[in-house]
Design a protein around this ligand. Structure first.
Ligand SMILES: Nc1ncnc2c1ncn2[C@@H]1O[C@H](COP(=O)(O)OP(=O)(O)OP(=O)(O)O)[C@@H](O)[C@H]1O
Ligand SMILES: [Mg+2]
Length: 227
């Protein structure tokens, strides 16, 4: 490891095959985006990261769900071998259901999350997903302003943030990708007559990351590997 690499503090994701292609983990304090098509494993990847961080590395996390209720989310994640209940009991993880806030001012969502991070002393914040919030923006200008405010607030907070965003199949990332520190991308592709999932790091500031597509296995345990 070089001196420059040592100076950057990272949180290991603990996900098999991921840390080795991003110089050891996600840069602490940065705002990371995990984009991808529907059902590509964004929530499973985010939940694995949080689970590994709070159970193995002494981190504290907030996991905010927007589209799935917390119970539904926990049940689905348990099916891929991740039981979040003990971490919740131990108060190293708080899962917040933000569905109820839909339709309210976007800023109120951000301030609620910021208060929760401060109150719990969380080092990690996951927002799963941003999609509903982005749809609440009526114009591209509003969306850009929202992303800028969000980015600035999260950086000031100093937490390591991971936000997911759902993109329709084949769609590319718009403004969202420019206002974050890293963009990881999951997509389904057709291999003969079967859907498979692949992962690529599109950008990661301060990181000499892999530029290749990697193959993703979601179950029984999430792993990322060379093609
Ligand atoms: N128990 C399981 N065994 C195998 N594969 C599973 C299992 N549970 C879920 N999956 C796969 O994971 C996908 C869902 O993963 P996940 O919920 O993380 O996707 P997502 O990208 O967050 O989806 P959305 O865009 O709807 O939020 C399913 O479409 C399925 O392919
Ligand atoms: Mg999801």
């Amino acid at each position: 490891m070089t001196v420059a690499q040592k100076q950057v503090s990272r949180i290991e994701t603990g996900i098999q095959g991921l840390d080795s292609i991003i110089e050891g983990g996600l840069i602490r304090g940065d705002v990371h985006l995990l984009a991808g098509g529907p059902g590509t494993g964004k929530s499973i990847l985010a939940a694995n990261f949080v689970f590994n961080a709070v159970t193995g590395h002494g981190e504290k996390a907030i996991y905010a769900t927007f589209e799935e209720s917390t119970e539904y989310f926990k049940r689905n994640i348990k099916r891929v071998g991740i039981d979040l209940h003990p971490a919740e009991q131990a108060k190293t993880l708080r899962i917040i259901d933000l569905e109820a806030l839909r339709g309210k001012e976007l800023e109120s969502n951000i301030s609620l999350l910021i208060s929760a991070v401060k109150e719990t002393g969380s080092t990690i914040l996951v927002i799963d997903s941003l999609t509903a919030l982005l749809y609440a923006c009526e114009t591209r200008f509003e969306l850009r302003t929202f992303m800028k405010t969000m980015y600035k607030s999260l950086k000031e907070l100093g937490t390591t943030s991971l936000m997911t965003v759902s993109l329709p199949n084949g769609a590319t990332l718009g403004t969202e990708g420019f206002l974050v520190d890293s963009v990881m991308f999951l997509e389904n592709w057709m291999d003969q007559s079967q859907f498979k999932t692949r992962f690529v790091v599109l950008k990661m500031r301060g990181t000499n990351h892999s530029k290749k597509y990697h193959s993703v296995i979601l179950s029984p345990k999430l792993s990322i590997s060379k093609f």
